[in-house]
Design a protein around this ligand. Structure first.
Ligand SMILES: [Cu+2]
Length: 269
């Protein structure tokens, strides 16, 4: 039997033999978000490996998946602007591949890589509002990136961005974006996790993990990730998911080789 996400469920997330218990409240994700984004700020202690090391680097690759049960798709009823948003949408909190049960939108970071910092100064990225969704739902970008927030919907959205937790005092910016305002630009100048929410449409949310080093990835539709150009050594790999929280595993990277790190998410007994 698959889990129903209308009730509070507890997951054990398996990290080798260590069990980490995380309370998952699908209907009340905002409270989870508060805790989880706070955890993720320790990413700011991550340091980068020098570019010269990349010449003889290896890679870290793996998959985040549910080997057993996985959450059902959660339907969200839409009550506002149905002509654009539709009558319902599926939640993007758990996007699970039906083929391999891989989990999309997990941010993977090498935590303790050492060396030169990286910035995305001069670089742009996009957060698109289309069909009353933020696209992409989760992304990871270098600090200093100019984020272009687009409104392709022809209706009013209100972009409310928080940093390090969903609390009014953590507001980074809060801007109405009427249909005629197609683009707002915002610099991502803090290392950590930004959380975006639309104050007009409650179901709209997105995350951007901002990094000061190049050793990160976001899992794809199959739950897979790859981080390249890693100099040989021993590292911590951190996986962060908006509802499941943070998990870490150790990895040893050898020159010219791919080190595999997989994260498995198991339900409680
Ligand atoms: Cu909106």
């Amino acid at each position: 039997m698959f889990l129903k996400l209308t009730k509070v469920k507890e997951y054990n997330t398996v990290l080798s033999k260590n069990f980490v218990k995380i309370t998952l409240t699908a209907g009340l994700l905002l409270s989870s978000v508060l805790v989880l984004t706070r955890l993720s700020t320790t990413e700011s202690v991550a340091k980068a490996i020098g570019a010269e090391a990349a010449l003889n680097g290896g890679s870290v690759t793996g998959i985040v998946s549910f080997p057993e049960e996985y959450p059902e798709k959660q339907k969200i009823t839409i009550t506002k602007d149905q002509q654009v948003c539709g009558a319902f949408q599926y939640s993007e909190v758990f996007v699970v591949s039906e083929d391999n049960h891989g989990l999309k939108n997990v941010v993977i970071t090498l935590v303790d890589a050492e060396g030169e910092k990286k910035s995305g100064g001069g670089q742009t990225a996009t957060l698109n509002q289309e069909g009353c969704r933020y696209i992409p739902h989760v992304q990871a970008l270098p600090v200093g990136t100019e984020l272009e927030i687009l409104n392709n919907d022809g209706i009013l959205h209100n972009v409310h961005a928080y940093f390090d937790g969903l609390d009014p005092k953590n507001t980074v910016f809060n801007k109405a974006q009427p249909k005629f305002l197609k683009k707002i630009t915002q610099k991502l100048d803090k290392v950590g996790t930004y959380y975006f929410k639309c104050d007009v449409h409650d179901h709209m949310s997105a995350y951007i993990a901002v990094m000061d080093h190049p050793f990160y990835a976001v899992t794809d539709e199959s739950g897979k990730f790859t981080i390249t150009d890693v100099s040989p050594g021993s590292y911590k790999v951190r996986a962060w998911h908006e509802a499941l929280g943070t998990l870490e595993k150790e990895v040893i990277v050898e020159a010219g080789k791919a080190a595999e790190v997989n994260f498995e998410i198991l339900p409680n007994e």
